[in-house]
Design a protein around this ligand. Structure first.
Ligand SMILES: NC(=O)c1ccc[n+]([C@@H]2O[C@H](COP(=O)([O-])OP(=O)(O)OC[C@H]3O[C@@H](n4cnc5c(N)ncnc54)[C@H](OP(=O)(O)O)[C@@H]3O)[C@@H](O)[C@H]2O)c1
Length: 333
């Protein structure tokens, strides 16, 4: 089958190789998916840079790609939830990615039916970011009537997080690039802050929850707008001890994460707040739940660039360059 793979980790622009690979082997609980469209995420570049090695030590050569939509070609003997011909999508399980390929074998527990109202290009924009939003909101046990600040909400994460947070009855404030303000307000945001024109740290205070998509120095600022006892979930800050415990990491990894990112727990502790990090995992049931909410709201993710597999490197560079007006996707077949 045709696929794009990472030969070795590197820095800067790490080029993928496009060529022929053996088709994946099907396990008993696996579905063989004929991939139609794959979504491209900042995570793909992070993997190529070796930035998530500490969380998932992928071995190279590695067929890349974390999420896709496609049609069930074949099912393993113990598959019960899907049949040949079903149109499905998934954030692929962490230990077995490979969406930038004509075929991928996926544990059925990771899959959900693709909503009929979406094109394949739109659907490929959903699983990874929708699951991230669901997992962040669940972790903070977000309650209706409260206020959430989602940083960088003009990106592909915000396109899912804003409607899903609104659906939980939250007041949603977000910031991001001014050119995407209209799109973000249409998604249901209550307030938008252009990050180049206004500083949210002076404009906001006493918010109940924050989902951080920026990390670095922005984290301190985001703690400063959080009320006493508020909760912050970061997609970028880095794993701490609580994360290590949640994923069942070894005692050594608990110590390492606890030590390396202790500054975030310390920032949170100053005002009785909490800091959590998430690394989005596959979950077919949760994706089906998110799909139902998004279908009810008729959310159509905006797609900014459609590439073919041979142009995978250009697609990855586009995502690395920022300034996006929606999701970048790769049409596989
Ligand atoms: N931990 C996890 O499981 C997980 C899951 C999903 C995503 N993430 C991370 O979350 C981040 C966002 O993902 P994404 O897919 O939404 O990326 P994206 O589509 O590239 O969007 C990022 C958005 O943030 C805006 N932005 C850049 N600098 C900003 C700043 N200082 N203040 C406010 N907005 C700013 C960008 O605007 P301009 O570029 O137009 O200026 C863009 O609209 C990425 O770092 C990704 O790796 C992590």
């Amino acid at each position: 089958m045709k696929a794009a793979w990472l030969e070795r980790y590197g820095k800067g622009e790490v080029r993928q190789t496009v060529g022929e690979r053996a088709a994946p082997r099907l396990g008993a609980k696996d579905v063989l998916l004929r991939v139609s469209v794959a979504g491209v995420n900042p995570l793909d570049n992070m993997i190529a840079h070796g930035e998530v090695k500490v969380l998932v030590p992928y071995k190279t050569p590695l067929v890349m790609g974390n999420e896709c939509v496609g049609v069930v070609e074949k099912i393993g003997p113990s598959v019960t939830m899907f049949k040949q011909g079903d149109r499905v999508y998934a954030r692929l399980p962490l230990n077995r990615i490979g969406a930038f390929a004509e075929y991928v074998a996926v544990d059925e527990a990771a899959l959900a039916l693709t909503p009929d109202y979406l094109s394949d290009e739109e659907a490929a924009a959903i699983p990874l970011t929708a699951l991230t939003a669901m997992q962040a909101l669940d972790l903070m046990r977000a309650e209706p009537g409260k206020t959430i600040f989602i940083s960088g909400g003009t990106g592909s994460f915000g396109a899912m997080a804003i409607p899903l947070a609104k659906a939980r009855g939250l007041t949603v404030i977000t910031n991001g690039s001014g050119k995407n303000a209209g799109r973000v307000m249409e998604l249901g945001a209550d307030r938008f802050i252009d990050y180049r024109k206004e500083d949210y740290a002076t404009a906001l205070s006493d918010v109940d929850y924050v989902i951080d998509s920026l990390g670095g120095a922005e984290l301190e600022k985001q703690f400063s707008i959080l009320k006493r006892g508020g909760k912050l979930v970061s997609l970028r800050g880095g794993p701490n001890k609580a994360f290590a415990q949640r994923i069942g990491a070894s005692p050594i990894m608990r110590l390492v994460f606890g030590f390396v990112n202790r500054k975030y727990d310390a920032m949170a502790a100053r005002n009785g707040q909490t800091y959590d990090f998430i690394f989005v995992h596959s979950d077919g049931r949760q994706l089906a739940e998110a799909s139902e909410i998004l279908a009810g709201l008729e959310v159509h993710p905006s797609v900014d660039g459609v590439y073919v597999l041979e142009d995978v490197n250009a697609a990855l560079q586009k995502v690395a360059g920022g300034g996006s007006r929606g999701k970048t996707v790769i049409q596989i077949q």
